[in-house]
Design a protein around this ligand. Structure first.
Ligand code: S3P
Length: 174
């Protein structure tokens, strides 16, 4: 098993493809797939947008934090994370206990094109200029993705399938 049964933890900005790439990687590798947003939604029984709306961002972040603590005990999973998970150092510490952190890097323009018709991202949906907000948030967070990653893949010019194949070939060759 890859990396002594470690988790593969996908980090990166909203809309860079963590969930889709993660699902495909799980299919290719036969590993279990976990998505932190989906798991939080399952636990609360409502969407991430509704959690933000009804309980506020801080509440969502608390759920994220608790989940990361639990994921520290996981092994051999593909874990797609929410784009803001790296804002809390403790989350990264927990995810790294048994995980290899893979950063899916993309440009604001590509992210915008992926998300322009999507309304499931509360931090982008209530803003006047989505592209500008993506630029601003990515600028604020870029250094965190770069600081915490073990491996980076620039997926800007790749489809989900190509990205997953690239990562698979690279990681499973070890
Ligand atoms: C967020 C990213 C979202 C989700 C929430 C907050 C962020 O996940 O966790 O809307 O702060 O970047 P995706 O990265 O899967 O869109």
């Amino acid at each position: 098993m890859i990396y002594n049964n470690k988790n593969i933890v996908l980090i990166g900005f909203m809309g860079c493809g963590k969930t889709c790439v993660g699902k495909r990687l799980a299919l290719k590798s036969g590993l279990e797939f976990i998505d932190t947003d989906i798991e939080i939604q399952r636990r609360k029984g409502i969407t991430v947008s509704k959690i933000f709306e009804n309980y506020g961002e801080a509440y969502f972040r608390k759920m994220e934090r608790n989940l990361c603590k639990q994921l520290a005990f996981n092994s051999g999973s593909i874990i797609a994370t929410g784009g803001g998970i790296i804002k809390d150092e403790e989350n990264v510490y927990n995810l790294k206990i048994n995980g290899v952190v893979v950063y899916l890097k993309s440009t604001p323009e590509k992210i915008y094109s992926n998300l322009k018709n999507n309304s499931t991202r509360p931090l982008l949906d209530n803003t006047e200029d989505k592209l500008q907000t993506i630029r601003k948030l990515l600028f604020e967070r870029k250094w965190l993705y770069e600081k915490y990653n073990d491996i980076t893949f620039d997926v800007t010019d790749f489809t989900v399938e190509q990205s997953a194949d690239l990562i698979y070939n690279r990681l499973w060759r070890y």
